[in-house]
Design a binder for this molecule. Structure first.
Ligand code: ADP
Ligand code: MG
Length: 682
C-alpha cells in the first residue's frame, strides 16, 4: 500500500468520507497514518463488576442480558442494558442511539468503557464506548480496555470511525514510512524510529510511551520546517547575486541631520545592520521587527536613500492603500530634500492598467500588491521593502524580486510590528536575518488600557464625549465585522455600519462621526483619512482596516468592540494606532464575555505595553494561528509540535544544521525538503 494512494481507494470510503476526511486534511493513506491523536482516554483498567466504585473510569467485559429503549417525558430515547460478567451485573445507559437495541441483542459479548455512576443502590456505566467481542480478540480490543486514541473530529467523522480505519491501514502501510533521520541522529537526540513512533502514537500501551512517540513526531515536524529554511538560506547564498552598495558616510550623516528627531539607539543599530547587509553581493533577506510606533519607516527610508545614492530604485510594498499613501507622504518628506523622486502606485491601477508603465526617473516606488503586476516594470530595482510581511504571500515576494535586472536579486527588507517569539523565529524564520527595534522613541506617554464590562458602556460613551467634543482629540471605535451577514453565529458582534448609524443617531448626534471599512474604496477612503488627519472627524468608526500602521497624532482613544474576538497581538496593534502624539492616550476594550479566562486574557493588555510579551502569551494561550490574527499567509501551522517547546526546537534546529550538507546525497532528506506539505514562510 503506497502512502500517496488516495484515501478513497480504501473499501468503505466513498464520497461522503472522502469529503469529511479532506476537511481535516486527510487525502492520502500517508495523511491518515500521520493523523495523530489529540489525546488518549485511559480505559486500560479492566475490572470485575463486583469491585467497581462509582466515579471510576473502567472497562468491563461480559454478556448483554437485556437491552431496551425507554422514552422520557420529553420524548428522548434512552437505551438501557444489563450486563453480566458471570458473577455480577451492572447497568449500561446510552442516549439517543435506539439502533443499539438491534445491534446489541441479548447474548452479545461486549466490552464497555466509561464512567460508572450510582443511581440509588444500582451502579450503571454511562454512555460507554463499546465494541463487540469475539472469543479470539478479548486481548486486542480497539475502542475499549486500553489507552484509547481520541482524534480531532469533525461532524460526521468520529474518533471511533477514524480509529478503526487507522488500525486497519497502519500495519499495511507502515513499512512505506521512511525515516529521514539517520541512526546516529536518533541516538544523539534520544529519538524513536519514525515508523515505530507512528504506531505507538496511535495505539500506545502506556502514556509515557505515547509521549515519547509524540516527541519524535514533533521533532520531525520541526526538523522538516527548519531543514527547509536552512536549505533555502543556502540556496539563496549560493545562487543569488545582488549589487553590493557603497556607503557614503558623509551623505548618510546629512540624511540623519535632516531628520526632525534623533534616531533611537535601536534605530541606529538596526539601521547599521541593514546598511551593512546592502554592501554585500549576497542579497540581504532581513526582517525588521519593531513594535507599533517604534519608527521602522525612517529606518527603511535610510536604506532607500542609500540605494538611490548607488543608482538603484527601491520598491516599498504596503498591505493597504491607506498605508501605502502614508508611506508615500512620509518618504516624500524625508527624501525629497535630497532631490529624490518618490512615486505612489495604488488602487486605481487595477481599473486602468499600468500598461507599459515603468518607474523611469523615479527612485522610490510605493504601492500595494499592485507593484507585483506584470505591467509594473522597474528600471534598476535594487532594494525592496515589504511592510507588515505576514500579510503577503511567498509568491508575491518572489515576483517582486524578479523585477530586478537580469541575473541579480534585490536586497529585501521585510518589516513587521508583530513581535515574533524567539522560538518561532528560530523554527520558522531560520533563513532570515533579524533586526529588532526594542524601544519606542522618547517622549511618548504610555497608553492606559481598560477592559470595560457591559454595565459601564453608557459611562464610557460619556467619557469619550468629554474627551473629543470641542477638543482636537479624536477617537477610533473598531468593530470586528462590516455587516451582520458576515457574522458566523456571533450574536453580539457589532457591525461597523449598523454601529455607525446607531451611534450617529442615538449616542453622539452632537459629534462628527465617520465610517471606514474595507469595502470603502480608494479615493473615498483616502478622503476619510485626510478628514481625520485634518481634525474634521471626532470619532471614526472602523473595521480592523485601521489595524496596520496609520499615523494619527491626535487620536487618543481606541475603543474596541467584542475585543474577545481578537488575538492579543492584534489588539496590541490596534492600540498602537493611538498614543502617537504626546498626549495621554487610552484603549478601551469592550466585551460582553463573562468567561474568566477571556477576561484574564484581555486584562493582560492592561498590564503590559510590550508587544513581545503579549505575543508570547498569545502563543501560549491560543497558538500561533491566532497570534497572527486572521490574515497570516505564509505562517506555518504545526500539527503536533508546539512553538512553545524551546528545547525541542533547539534540538531539531541543531539536527537540521548537522544534516544540511547531506541533503543532496540522502534520498529521504531530499524528498522531505522537496515536499510542499508545509508552506513555510519566505
Ligand atoms: P512603525 O514602526 O509603527 O512603522 P513609524 O515609522 O510609523 O512606526 O513611526 C511612528 C512615528 O514615530 C512617526 O510619526 C515617526 O515620525 C516617529 N518617529 C520615528 N522615529 C522617531 C524618533 N527616533 N524620535 C521621535 N519620533 C520618531
Ligand atoms: Mg509602520
Amino acid at each position: 500500500m503506497e502512502l500517496s494512494t488516495p484515501i478513497s481507494s480504501l473499501p468503505g470510503i466513498g464520497t461522503y468520507f472522502t469529503y469529511k476526511l479532506k476537511k481535516v486534511g486527510v487525502e492520502t493513506i500517508g495523511d491518515l497514518i500521520n493523523y495523530i491523536p489529540a489525546r488518549y482516554q485511559d480505559f486500560s483498567l479492566i475490572t470485575q463488576i463486583s469491585t467497581i466504585q462509582p466515579g471510576e473510569k473502567v472497562t468491563i467485559q461480559g454478556q448483554i442480558l437485556e437491552i431496551k429503549n425507554i422514552y422520557t417525558r420529553t420524548g428522548k430515547k434512552i437505551q438501557q442494558a444489563v450486563i453480566s460478567d458471570g458473577q455480577q451485573t451492572i447497568g449500561a445507559t446510552w442516549f439517543n442511539q435506539p439502533y443499539l437495541v438491534k445491534s446489541l441483542p441479548p447474548g452479545t459479548q461486549i466490552s464497555l468503557s466509561g464512567r460508572v455512576e450510582a443511581f440509588g443502590r444500582k451502579k450503571s456505566i454511562v454512555a460507554p464506548q463499546w465494541e463487540k467481542l469475539t472469543p479470539y480478540d478479548k486481548l486486542s480490543t480497539l475502542h475499549t480496555g486500553r489507552l484509547v486514541p481520541i482524534y480531532a473530529e469533525t461532524e460526521g467523522l468520529s474518533s471511533k470511525w477514524l480509529r478503526a480505519k487507522i488500525a486497519q491501514v497502519l500495519p499495511l502501510a507502515i513499512d512505506e514510512i521512511k525515516d529521514p533521520l539517520p541512526d546516529q541522529t536518533l541516538k544523539k537526540y534520544n529519538l524513536l524510529p519514525f515508523a515505530k513512533s507512528l504506531t505507538i502514537a496511535h495505539f500506545p500501551k502506556t502514556l509515557e510511551e505515547a509521549e515519547r512517540a509524540r516527541r519524535r513526531i514533533a521533532f520531525n515536524e520541526l526538523f522538516e520546517l527548519q531543514l527547509k529554511s536552512l536549505v533555502r538560506k543556502k540556496q539563496w547564498k549560493e545562487e543569488k547575486v545582488a549589487h553590493g552598495f557603497v556607503l557614503d558616510e558623509e551623505k548618510i550623516r546629512q540624511f540623519l541631520n535632516n531628520l526632525p528627531f534623533e534616531l533611537t539607539r535601536s534605530q541606529h543599530k538596526a539601521g547599521r545592520e541593514i546598511l551593512q547587509g546592502l554592501t554585500r553581493e549576497v542579497p540581504m533577506n532581513r526582517l525588521l521587527e519593531g513594535d507599533v510606533g517604534s519608527g521602522k519607516t525612517v529606518v527603511a527610508a535610510l536604506a532607500c536613500f542609500v540605494a538611490h545614492l548607488n543608482g538603484y530604485q527601491s520598491a516599498v510594498m504596503a498591505p493597504t492603500q491607506i498605508l501605502a499613501t502614508q508611506h508615500y507622504k512620509t518618504l516624500s518628506i524625508l527624501l525629497e530634500p535630497f532631490d529624490i523622486k518618490v512615486r505612489l502606485l495604488v488602487g486605481g491601477a487595477q481599473r486602468s492598467p499600468l500598461k507599459g508603465d515603468t518607474s523611469k526617473g523615479c527612485s522610490v516606488v510605493i504601492g500595494t500588491h499592485t507593484l507585483v503586476q506584470k505591467s509594473v516594470a522597474f528600471e534598476r530595482l535594487g532594494f525592496v521593502v515589504i511592510d507588515e510581511q505576514h500579510r503577503f504571500g511567498v509568491r508575491q515576494r518572489a515576483i517582486l524580486s524578479e523585477k530586478a535586472d537580469a541575473g541579480r536579486s534585490p536586497h529585501i527588507l521585510t518589516m513587521t510590528a508583530t513581535p515574533i517569539p524567539r522560538t518561532v523565529a528560530l523554527a520558522a524564520y531560520g533563513d532570515l536575518d533579524l533586526s529588532t527595534l526594542d524601544e519606542l522613541p522618547v517622549g511618548r506617554t504610555p497608553i492606559k488600557t481598560w477592559v470595560v464590562p457591559p454595565q459601564k458602556r453608557e459611562g464610557a460613551y460619556n467619557w469619550i464625549r468629554e474627551h473629543v467634543k470641542n477638543t482636537d482629540e479624536q477617537a477610533f471605535i473598531v468593530c470586528p465585522l462590516i455587516d451582520e451577514s458576515e457574522k458566523e453565529g456571533f450574536k453580539t458582534v457589532k457591525a461597523a455600519t449598523a454601529e455607525f448609524e446607531q451611534l450617529s443617531k442615538r449616542v453622539f448626534p452632537d459629534l462628527r462621526l465617520n465610517l471606514l471599512h474595507g469595502k470603502i474604496k480608494g479615493r473615498q477612503k483616502d478622503e476619510i483619512m485626510d478628514k481625520m488627519k485634518r481634525g474634521e472627524v471626532d470619532i471614526l468608526i472602523a473595521t480592523p482596516v485601521v489595524e496596520v500602521g496609520i499615523d494619527m497624532p491626535n487620536a487618543t482613544i481606541m475603543m474596541i468592540e467584542a475585543a474577545e474576538r481578537f488575538g492579543l497581538a492584534q489588539l496590541h496593534q490596534l492600540r498602537g494606532r493611538v498614543g502617537r502624539g504626546n498626549k495621554q492616550s487610552y484603549c478601551l476594550l469592550f466585551t460582553e464575555s463573562a468567561s474568566q479566562s477571556t477576561l484574564k486574557r484581555l486584562k493582560s493588555l492592561e498590564k503590559t505595553l510590550s508587544g513581545r510579551e503579549l505575543a508570547e502569551l498569545d502563543l501560549e494561550l491560543r497558538g500561533p494561528g491566532e497570534m497572527y490574527g486572521i490574515a497570516q499567509h505564509g505562517f506555518p501551522e504545526l500539527k503536533v509540535a508546539s512553538f512553545s517547546d524551546y528545547e525541542l526546537i533547539k534540538a531539531s534546529h541543531e539536527a537540521a544544521e548537522e544534516l544540511l550538507e547531506s541533503v543532496d546525497s540522502h534520498l529521504v532528506l531530499k524528498q522531505l525538503v522537496e515536499n510542499t506539505t508545509y508552506i513555510a514562510p519566505n
